[in-house]
Design a protein around this ligand. Structure first.
Ligand code: HEC
Length: 173
């Protein structure tokens, strides 16, 4: 090897080494900056949290009649929870009544028998619970007006609607 070649080889190696060191330095710097910005933003992103939550759910879930199935709802914590359009499912018949049924039955709107009005409810209670349940679940066109199926809350489980009927019957006794 000539003297010139040796010189070239040394300089060349030095330049490559220097470039490599700079590249590693830039990479490390990028990771440090990202750990303070990029990753944190992703973790607090509501859509990201929602999709991770959905992936963590078991592939199939089964509702059991008469049991508390509230765990089936996919829970989203943080700001994403506030943005959901559908009203939360009431926990019991009383809440169901307050959230949905009272819109008509609270004040006796559109021909609905007013909750707590004994005279309006007595002949209906006389029909028997089974009839009241069926009319509340499937809807009912009577002389006074139209009772929509499940009071319009068609996503509610039957048991909850029945509890709401029980609640209204109780109020009229
Ligand atoms: C949009 C108004 C409206 C909402 C909301 C509503 N109801 Fe009614 N409901 C009526 C009307 C009107 C009647 C009376 C129908 C008739 O007798 O002509 C009625 C009647 C009933 C009856 C008596 C049926 C019978 O056989 O006499 C029951 C029980 C009842 N509703 C339960 C419920 C429950 C439980 C909810 C909530 C989940 C609910 N309703 C929400 C309008 C409503």
């Amino acid at each position: 090897m000539s003297k010139q070649d040796t010189h070239f080889f040394n300089v060349f190696s030095m330049v490559i080494g220097l470039l490599l060191a700079i590249a590693v330095g830039i990479f490390a710097l990028a990771r440090i900056v990202a750990s303070h910005t990029q990753d944190l933003q992703v973790m607090s992103e509501p859509d990201y949290a929602r999709s991770v939550n959905a992936r963590l759910q078991p592939p199939t879930r089964e509702a059991v009649a008469g049991k508390d199935n509230s765990a089936m709802a996919i829970k989203v914590e943080g700001p994403a929870a506030a943005g959901s359009a559908v009203a939360a499912m009431p926990k019991n018949g009383t809440e169901m009544f307050e959230q949905t049924c009272s819109a008509c039955h609270g004040q006796g709107i559109a021909g609905a028998p007013k909750a707590g009005d004994k005279a309006a409810w007595a002949p209906r209670i006389a029909e028997g619970k089974a009839t009241l349940y069926e009319h509340a679940l499937k809807g009912f066109q009577g002389k006074a007006g139209v009772m929509p199926p499940k009071g319009g809350r068609t996503d509610a489980p039957d048991a909850l609607i029945k509890e709401a009927v029980d609640h209204m019957v109780q109020m009229a006794q």
